[in-house]
Design a protein around this ligand. Structure first.
Ligand code: ADP
Length: 178
């Protein structure tokens, strides 16, 4: 599904984020930044050791990356130029500021892309895997945060790369009414 918002193309597709050729792809990382399971593992495997080396340097400089913040590295061996790593919140039922933290993750990734002159970015569904954030709520936060951002800042394309058809359907339904 594709929708123009101002001059920005908003795309929802099913696929593997490691194969996207956008200027940046986003990693649903953890605060340690040194790799993990799910999409994080897939990105480090596809990108190769260079990404981990840069993550280590960032760790040495600033320590862990707090939930909702974002850092940028090379894309290593992948088609993308950059990986923007953000630890989304773990869902604990909704009373631990999870919604605001997820919004922060999307916003800080977009902002880091903008600051680095990146024109197109691909997102996975942050926090909805091992971190258990309910996907309908997460999709609404993701899409509204992106829509607000692109109304004010110029980006050519924002792409959501959903791993399953079921997840893609959820995002499509939410996009229809937001
Ligand atoms: P989190 O810890 O933030 O919940 P996960 O990696 O467990 O992160 O899951 C986030 C989402 O990423 C899930 O919907 C999962 O199915 C999806 N995912 C896993 N591998 C890939 C991939 N290669 N490309 C795109 N999405 C992926």
């Amino acid at each position: 599904m594709e929708k123009m918002i101002g001059k920005t193309r908003l795309n929802l597709i099913q696929g593997d984020i490691t194969l996207q050729e956008t200027g940046a792809i986003v990693n649903a990382a953890n605060t340690g930044l040194l790799g993990g399971g799910g999409v994080d593992g897939a990105i480090h495997r596809a990108g190769g050791p260079e990404i981990r080396e840069e993550c280590k340097k960032i760790r040495a400089k600033q320590g862990k990356c707090p939930t909702g913040e974002a850092v940028i590295t090379t894309g290593g061996n992948m088609a993308t130029g950059h990986v923007i790593h953000t630890p989304g919140p773990v869902w604990h039922g909704g009373n631990r500021n999870e919604e605001q933290l997820l919004r922060n993750s999307y916003y800080n990734c977009l902002n880091l892309a903008k600051e680095n002159g990146i024109k197109s970015i691909s997102f996975p569904s942050i926090s909805t895997g091992v971190y258990r954030f309910p996907i309908d709520k997460a999709a609404r936060i993701a899409l509204t945060t992106v829509k607000e951002f692109i109304q004010e800042h110029k980006l050519e394309e924002v792409r959501f790369v959903l791993f399953s058809e079921k997840d893609l359907k959820v995002y499509e339904e939410v996009l229809k009414d937001c």
